[in-house]
Design a protein around this ligand. Sequence first.
Ligand SMILES: Nc1ncnc2c1ncn2[C@@H]1O[C@H](COP(=O)(O)OP(=O)(O)OP(=O)(O)O)[C@@H](O)[C@H]1O
Length: 297
Amino acid sequence: MTMDTLLGCAGLSAGYGSMAVVRELDLHVARGEVVALLGANGAGKTTTLLTLAGQLPPLAGTVLADGKPTKAPMHERCRTGLSFITEERSVIMGLTAKENLKLAGVPTAAATALFPELEPVLNRPAGLLSGGEQQMLTLARALARRPRALLADELSLGLAPIIVRRLLTALRQAADTDGVGVLLVEQHVRQALRFADRVYVLNRGRLVLEGPVADVQSQLGAIEAAYLAGAAAEPDRPEPTAALATPVAVPNGPAADTEKEQQDDERPPGGEQGSRVRLRQRLRPQRSRRDREAAGG
Ligand SMILES: Nc1ncnc2c1ncn2[C@@H]1O[C@H](COP(=O)(O)OP(=O)(O)OP(=O)(O)O)[C@@H](O)[C@H]1O
């Protein structure tokens, strides 16, 4: 961790009631970094983001903001430069795109400067926008407020690869140009790794791998096989740490459009409906309206 650390955690256990689903997690995101948090369905990614955002209290350990421990709730964190895009679409469907921006206090010009694609649809109800346009609106709303740190949970759920690239490009630019620190949970693993600087991989709530993307590229095949593809479907199998001892070469580097990657990109992200239902359930008792508005970016 450096002076530039915007958000992170040390020895964090997180979960629901007294049940920890994330254990002993150390993680940090520095200014200008895009960091990918990966893991199979149920690995604890959303729980981690909720806890880092101040939405769930930690069961143990410390959440860090600007390198210092914090217990501030999410609405306070949002006032001091945090933005959290949850996996639920957070635009208000009955309002136009322009009204959604106005409600968030974001000038239309600032949003269209980030996403010129929104210009022709500004007067359309958000509910009639495509999924990609809705997420551009969400991201424009979040980035136009110039956050210092941004948590994004499956921003590209269910979207076409070309839109995923567009959204991730915008995040990368925000990191490069404005120094935003981005922590990204993404189902499109290979896409995410093209844009990320570093990666953390969770398996059943525990960190099993971390490092710069360049260092873990060679292990990507093993990581996918061990933690990202079948792990959720086979919850009782032994911890597959041995798989990582034998790095599997990935024939094409991150910039190549391989057939495998194409398949990865085209694959419908798993557990969409389940994730959304769970998110709603876990937030219902705790989420105030103010939090929801803040979370929307
Ligand atoms: N409100 C809740 N109460 C109890 N357990 C929960 C609650 N929400 C989630 N869980 C459990 O916590 C574990 C981690 O879930 P989490 O949603 O953080 O994983 P994830 O990696 O984000 O998965 P996904 O990719 O499916 O969104 C899972 O076993 C899940 O069933």
